[in-house]
Design a protein around this ligand. Structure first.
Ligand code: ADP
Ligand code: ZN
Ligand code: ZN
Length: 739
């Protein structure tokens, strides 16, 4: 008799361990490690699902109390061996249950039926068909006659043609099949993501800085000891070119490549370069794909039909058999960290996967995260610098404009005189402009000009944003209300929006330059599938001269005709109460300014700000990463933030403010009793209430992540015995976002 250890699908820590089940005779040889099975659970023998994590010859429990596995879940996808190891690592490092971690690492859980391709195949001779067509025409059955004529000229007609070009209805096709003129043939094929266009790309010979990266990584791979590498290269320095070379080398050695890229930067430009090089052997995963499309890409990877996958953090779990290289572009991006339990960071998990597979891990960025740069400095990561733009050309000349001075000299517009004059010049020369507003956040908030009251969301402690002229939206919970006509506090009729949202910028531009075509890119204009690429290609084709947008416009695309970049209000992101706000501001400003002058023409950038002396602003304008890094690490060390200390953020949510606060107090007490550990809080979170849930945070800091794991386990144990009611808790190691 054989027994299986099963991890049951639950999100309750109490049940987060394997349970033993017997494999009945009829399932022997069918159930294996990784199988998804149905099992009876608990006193009532409720049917649950779970994954088999191990198979044993002996029962680990009294054999007569062990229940049988009911069945294998039909249509389920088996977990790979590797998945369990990675899931265990994620659970251990970031918390949550093993079954939650397994859900993350198994990229496609259910089999999805393949797409059926139908083709109409002709059965009669040409003359016969033409005669029938003539007959149909006489009877004024024009659709039927069209299809019969088409069949007379073509042996096979794809069904897409019939409904599309020929505009023939399904019932007409049925009648033709009944008459014996043709039959349907079905075949299935994998869904493949469509790629807008495949660019012809030139092959460049690498410059010495690029060669150094390719040579070193290749050599380490050949010698069987690949490591972790950080390519710190300014925008346009040829990092993508380096990735392509390394990918090519890996594929030639028979291994596979995972190319991670933030979802937002997953544009046709990057894809086109990979497709041009690797054709059908490369595929993509992205969040707008259907489950069927995702499943098919995983199947293609398992069967060895593709060598390279490009996608956001979830692409890390593509079931390749022999991963040789993981690339993480824009390594500093916060979207590499998951915002739901388990809150894993793709950088750490990628490192784990690379060590399991003996693969190389290459990260790249123009503005590396403080974490990675610190590791590189300490020699844990090999650092490379690409200091030159690959196509020649210079980084743009960047001016900082003090908005207070603008105002005191009488300029009340959202455009400084410097920016306005650069824009006038660029437009007159037929060049393009990008205007960047670095946070959609609270930009549209409405306040009373008499008493200062800000209109807040009724469920969250955040201001509502004005959309159009009469609707207000909460970006945290989605609440939509009408804009009140009078102040709810003092009754004044003078309520107005703080005008600096992307829509408002567009309005101003339209007034200032009525003949200039403008495109706007933000969450509202890109919500439809494909809208993002459409706007970018329209701008790229020169259909508009000005592109206005939020941070989504600053990510890795090349617009050679852009000579002016304006950052309208750099301070919006500096004002965010988060220890990473300077880092994020520096990154955004550096990336935004890097958009100007990517072609032959030199570029100019203007940063408008109320804090012209802030080091994030000054270092970005001077394109000086090192100087920024020095200032920022000094701050992190003094204040005890990552990477100098690791930080565990424990958030407690509850609808009853008092109860939640009391429980948070108790928790902090328990943690403090564990010894000499730095504990901060509990305190209400920066946004103290979201969707009617009050939030309290406790921060625990330590140089050792293992100590923090132990604290997390101790906290989980503490909550196990509590009556939580509607309260719940979230753990976040080294959070990316503390607001
Ligand atoms: P990054 O990814 O660092 O922004 P890219 O790889 O996109 O840089 O390179 C920027 C531009 O320079 C691209 O148009 C690319 O084709 C070109 N390029 C890259 N490497 C070279 C090279 N060695 N010689 C000439 N042009 C290059
Ligand atoms: Zn008022
Ligand atoms: Zn809300």
């Amino acid at each position: 008799m054989r027994y299986a250890d099963v991890i049951i699908d639950v999100s309750i820590e109490k049940l987060d361990r394997p349970f033993s089940y017997r494999i009945p005779e009829r399932l022997s040889g069918i159930v294996c490690v990784g199988s998804r099975v149905k099992i009876p659970f608990g006193a009532g023998n409720t049917e649950k699902k779970g994954y088999v994590t191990a198979i044993n010859d002996e029962a680990s429990y009294e054999p007569d109390k062990i229940k049988d596995i009911i069945d294998v879940v039909e249509g389920s996808v088996e977990a790979e061996d590797r998945s369990f190891e990675i899931a265990a690592y994620i659970k251990e490092t970031y918390g949550g249950t093993l079954s939650q971690a397994l859900k993350v690492v198994i990229p496609a859980k259910a089999k999805v039926k393949p797409v059926e391709i139908k083709t109409l195949v002709r059965k009669m001779e040409r003359d016969e068909l033409l005669a029938l067509a003539f007959e149909a025409e006489r009877k004024k059955q024009t659709g039927k006659s069209r299809l019969l004529n088409a069949l007379a000229e073509n042996d096979r007609i794809p069904s897409a043609w019939i409904a599309g070009k020929l505009r023939v209805s399904a019932s007409t096709v049925t009648s033709i099949i009944k008459s014996g003129a043709a039959y349907y043939e079905t075949s299935s094929e994998y869904r493949k993501p469509d790629v807008a266009e495949i660019a012809k790309t030139e092959v460049h010979s690498l410059n010495p800085e690029q060669s150094a990266v390719v040579d070193t990584v290749s050599k380490d791979m050949d010698e069987g000891h690949p490591g972790t590498y950080l390519v710190h290269g300014i925008t346009g320095s040829g990092k993508t070119e380096v990735y392509i070379r390394l990918a090519e080398k890996t594929v030639l050695s028979g291994r596979q490549v995972i190319f991670l890229i933030p979802e937002i930067a997953l544009t046709y430009q990057t894809l086109a370069r990979f497709y041009a090089k690797f054709g059908d052997r490369v595929s993509v995963l992205n969040s707008s794909m259907s489950p069927g499309e995702r499943f098919d890409q995983c199947e293609r990877a398992k069967k060895g039909e593709i060598d390279i996958i490009i996608g956001p953090r979830s692409a890390l779990f593509t079931p390749f058999s022999n991963i040789g290289l993981v690339i993480m572009d824009e390594e500093h991006e916060s979207s590499y960290k998951s915002e739901s339990t388990p809150r894993y960071h793709a950088r750490e998990v990628a490192k784990k996967i690379c060590s399991l597979q003996n693969a190389a891990f290459v990260m790249g960025s123009a503005t590396p995260s403080i974490e990675s740069y610190t590791r590189a400095r300490a020699g844990e990561i090999t650092l490379f610098k690409l200091n030159e733009r690959a196509t020649g050309g210079e980084l743009p000349e960047t001016d900082i404009v003090d908005l207070r001075k603008e105002l005191s000299s009488g300029n009340r517009s959202i455009f400084s005189r410097r920016l306005k004059s650069l824009m006038d010049d660029a437009l007159s020369r037929g060049e393009q402009i990008m205007l960047f507003l670095n946070r959609r956040g609270f930009s549209g908030q409405v306040s009373c000009r008499e008493c200062g009251k800000v209109i807040m969301c009724p469920h969250c402690d955040v201001p509502m944003s004005l959309h159009g002229s009469s609707k207000m939206v909460c970006h945290y919970c989605g609440e939509i209300t009408d804009k009140p006509s009078n102040c709810p506090s003092c009754g004044s009729g003078y309520l107005a929006a703080f005008k600096a949202g992307t829509e408002q910028v567009e309005e101003r531009i339209n007034k200032m330059y009525p003949d200039v075509k403008v495109l706007r890119m933000d969450k509202d204009t890109t919500s439809a599938k494909g809208a993002y690429d459409r706007i970018l290609s329209a701008f790229s084709n020169g259909e508009a001269q000005i592109l206005i947008g939020t941070q989504m416009i600053v990510k890795g695309h090349d617009f050679p005709n852009v000579t002016v970049v304006g950052v309208l209000a750099a301070d919006l992101s500096l004002g965010v109460p988060d220890f990473r706000s300077s880092e994020r501001t520096f990154q955004l400003l550096a990336q935004a300014c890097g958009r100007a002058g990517r072609g032959e023409k030199p570029g100019n950038a203007v940063i408008q700000t109320y804090q012209p002396d802030h080091y994030a602003v000054k270092c970005a304008a001077a394109h000086d990463y090192e100087a920024f890094y020095e200032e920022e690490t000094a701050f992190r060390e003094t204040a005890g933030y990552p990477p100098s200390l690791h930080m565990l953020c424990i958030q407690l949510f509850g609808t009853n403010e008092k109860k939640t606060s009391v429980l948070a107090q108790e928790l902090a007490g328990v943690i403090k009793s564990k010894g000499r550990i730095r504990v901060l809080g509990p305190a209400p979170a920066n946004i103290a209430r979201v969707k009617d849930y009050y939030r309290f945070v406790v921060y625990v800091k330590d140089p050792d992540t293992c100590v923090l794991s132990d604290i997390r386990t101790a906290s989980e144990d503490f909550f196990k015995d509590k009556d939580m009611g509607s309260m719940f808790v979230q753990f976040d190691l080294d959070p990316m976002n503390t607001i």
